[in-house]
Design a protein around this ligand. Structure first.
Ligand code: CS2
Length: 503
């Protein structure tokens, strides 16, 4: 038996935890939140005497995080993984932890109505907004939304939980909290506000929709930190760092962290600027640059890399062709579509490539490949639209999308089953399996209007380029295909037979 973290008197947070107040509440207490927003709050308490503590809330607690936190005196560890060594801290910023699963809904609602609460932060993943990725509108026929529309007092979605909490505040004459989305979507604050207001209307509560419009600030934010899923190997290493203490909710991540936030918090905010957070008037240039250059490249490497047999992003970066193509994608296909670049694109690309190469980071291609239907619109499709309008080439964007199409077919290049995780997985399977003999897989998948919109499935040039890459992937396999495209783009020496046009 290993010692649990709460039993280890040696592990202290390094500040007076009893002075913390639940001024922040977080929905979706996953690994990313613990490695990112919680660390910023921890730094503030540790070095600046901040009293901004967190109430952690999980809507389902399927991973058991809240349960484990309660058993660990609400403490957890965060380790920064570096090739030179790991640095581990114990975070004590959590004052309360609640899960709806443990029948704590009333307590969750009371926490949302707590007079001290000023900001709710969210990491609920793209699909947690129950919106249509192509338009940002609430998905009116989403089963959870249908439930929440009819039962506002038994909320299931994050939006309905927030509305229930806001209703209580309104009834009690308390000011609204601000809602700060920390998910990887463009204009995540705008989407959050839209979803809240549309759901209030669906619940037949137009008055609440108007109150939200008037009183609830939903600033947008860009978050960045690479957080691999915790493996047994990582957990063992954390245990060693903690002197034999077993931390069931410990996380390990890269040493890099960035947070850019729109500075609009009517009820006040932590002095985030003291710990390196960038507070700006408009976050969209930062968001767009990160979503296209970092996340877009991640998805590109995830699908191609997985098909090529690479387990980790750092393995993909050892493949000369993939490394070359991902640089091409960042600089020549993504950066050129940005209206504004807060940092020189070449410099940003170089820093991203270095982070992707970090050999200490076991970041799985399979992990990033998850939920592609929710990620592709902002990562690959938005920039493709810019190229189509300009008439410029988009080979790597199309190749990445083609690789997603091969990936969601569910069978890899060795004939093994792929564990495809996606909220639209069943629909994707249905489209692929029920198509007639005259319909290609590309045409079948383009029927997903909530992903591709109404425009792309009608664009002949787009379909031609995409179909060509799907064929090349099927014919040569991902590894050889990447090498051929590299040659076609003029990077490597000529490859035999590589003259069949890329763009
Ligand atoms: C990744 C992100 O899984 C994914 O889709 O692209 O989680 C990525 O690691 C983070 O956004 C980095 O900040």
């Amino acid at each position: 038996m290993h010692q649990s973290i709460s039993a280890a008197s040696v592990l202290q947070a390094g500040y007076a935890r009893q002075a913390l107040r639940p001024r922040l509440l977080h929905l979706g207490c996953g690994a990313f939140h613990r490695a990112h927003q919680a660390v910023y709050a921890d730094e503030l308490a540790r070095h600046h005497g901040s009293d901004w503590g967190y109430c952690e809330v999980s809507l389902s607690d399927s991973s058991g995080t809240i349960h484990a936190l309660k058993q660990q005196d609400l403490l957890f560890s965060v380790s920064d993984m570096d090739a030179q060594g790991w640095h581990c801290r114990v975070v004590g910023i959590v004052c309360q932890a609640l899960s709806q699963n443990e029948d704590e809904l009333p307590a969750v609602l009371e926490a949302l109505a707590h007079p001290d609460l000023a900001i709710v932060t969210l990491t609920i993943t793209e699909k947690g907004y129950c919106h249509l990725p192509a338009t940002g509108q609430l998905q009116l026929d989403h089963p959870v939304i249908l439930h929440d529309a009819a039962h506002p007092l038994q909320p299931r979605s994050a939006a309905a939980v927030l509305l229930a909490g806001l209703r209580l505040r309104r009834q009690r004459g308390l000011p609204a909290f601000a809602v700060l989305s920390c998910d990887n979507m463009p204009a995540n604050g705008v989407i959050t506000r839209q979803v809240l207001m549309q759901l209030a209307v669906l619940q037949n509560d137009v008055g609440m929709a108007e109150w939200v419009a008037q009183h609830v600030a939903c600033p947008s934010s860009m978050v960045d930190c690479i957080v691999p899923m915790v493996s047994e190997v990582t957990r063992t290493r954390i245990r060693a760092l903690l002197g034999g203490v077993d931390d069931r909710v410990g996380v390990a991540c890269e040493p890099f962290r960035q947070w850019v936030i729109e500075d609009h918090f009517p009820q006040g905010r932590p002095a985030w600027e003291r710990v390196g957070v960038q507070l700006v008037a408009d976050v969209s240039p930062f968001e767009e640059m990160k979503l296209r250059m970092l996340n877009g490249s991640h998805s590109f490497l995830a699908y191609l890399g997985y098909l090529a047999g690479y387990t980790h992003i750092s393995d993909c970066m050892q493949d000369a062709a993939l490394a070359q193509l991902v640089h091409h994608l960042m600089v020549h296909e993504q950066a050129v579509t940005l209206a504004d670049t807060p940092q020189p694109a070449e410099e940003y690309a170089a820093s991203l490539l270095q982070r992707f190469r970090n050999p200490a980071l076991p970041h799985q291609t399979w992990q990033i490949a998850m939920d592609g239907s929710q990620k592709l619109p902002q990562r690959l499709l938005a920039p493709i639209r810019v190229h189509l309008a300009r008439g410029s080439r988009f080979d790597c964007l199309a190749l990445g999308l083609a690789a997603w199409m091969c990936y969601v077919s569910g069978i890899d290049e060795q004939g093994r089953v792929i564990d495809v995780r996606d909220p639209l997985a069943a629909e994707i399977r249905m489209l692929l399996h029920s198509r007639g003999p005259a319909m290609s897989s590309v045409q079948a998948l383009l029927q997903l209007e909530q992903v591709f919109g109404a425009d792309l499935p009608r664009h002949a040039h787009f379909i031609a380029v995409l179909s060509r890459y799907v064929c090349q992937l099927q014919k040569y396999g991902a590894k050889a295909c990447a090498a051929r495209v590299c040659a076609q783009l003029g990077y490597a020496g000529e490859l035999a037979g590589a003259g069949d046009g890329a763009g």
